[in-house]
Design a protein around this ligand. Sequence first.
Ligand SMILES: *Cc1c(COP(=O)(O)O)cnc(C)c1O
Length: 307
Amino acid sequence: MDSFLVNNTIASVEIDLSKYGITGYSLVLKREDLLHPFVSGNKFRKLKYNLKAAQEQDHDTLLTFGGAFSNHIAAVAAAGKELDFKTIGIIRGDELKDKISENPTLSFAIDCGMQLHFISREAYRHKDEIEFISNLKDQFGNFYLLPEGGTNALAVKGCEEILSHENDSFDYICVPVGTGGTMAGLVKASNENQQVIGFSSLKGTFHASEIEKHTSKNNFNITDDYCFGGYGKIDMDLIRFINEFKEKTNIPLDPVYTGKMMFGIMDLLKKGHFKENSRIFAVHTGGLQGIAGMNQKLKKKNLPIIE
Ligand SMILES: *Cc1c(COP(=O)(O)O)cnc(C)c1O
């Protein structure tokens, strides 16, 4: 199979905490954002075994769902192009129909050959219902269905591969959380003596139940203390932090997931949350394609952008 499905091993880099005035800890960031130029980070992991299954089941079309700036939509569009699947994206918000050219994520998806289908927010709420899916089959023919955000059992299996035995010496494993699928894979692949900490990108810690669907281990906890008010919400502190982090480390962070996680890790380090002398492993889940869309919104509001 193509290079796309090779289990790439990706660099982990030590973050120089002295630049943040922090000593006595070690923080390593796994650069999953570098896995693939267009199918970045955890979306690559989540798609891997699903794409294999779609090929094995002789599907020629992938169908999935997402919002206006969805990393998952961009990833499915790019993967489909690379592996010769037709792709259909059901997009939340029919008002976006006339704004494709202004939207970097949707323009990218179209350029990859994805067919976009816009539906109202109300209709979108029914996307997991059998009748809704069966209507889509009437409309588009047969397809391999990828759920919103890409989380299913095969996605979790792919995310287990983020961790390896080389990472056994870490005390904590940190990851951003959307649906919790990526975190479920990390919990499954972790050792019982490691604590997996999820930084939610949205309000609430309901994802625990998603994780419990995939594993009975309980060496994890989720915080929404660093969600900055909700999904896709940011403030000046976060923008400043992301720009400063890039200046100090040369590593870009996205505003929806990895920026919030890293802000949270630094804050917890400063507050002495982690055991003394502990080793922390953080996963850069990618998502950098979302920066352009966020900067567009920031410019409209005359706010500083993500550099
Ligand atoms: C989608 C996404 C997440 C969330 O992953 P889940 O498995 O849904 O929790 C985290 N980081 C990035 C960059 C993402 O694109």
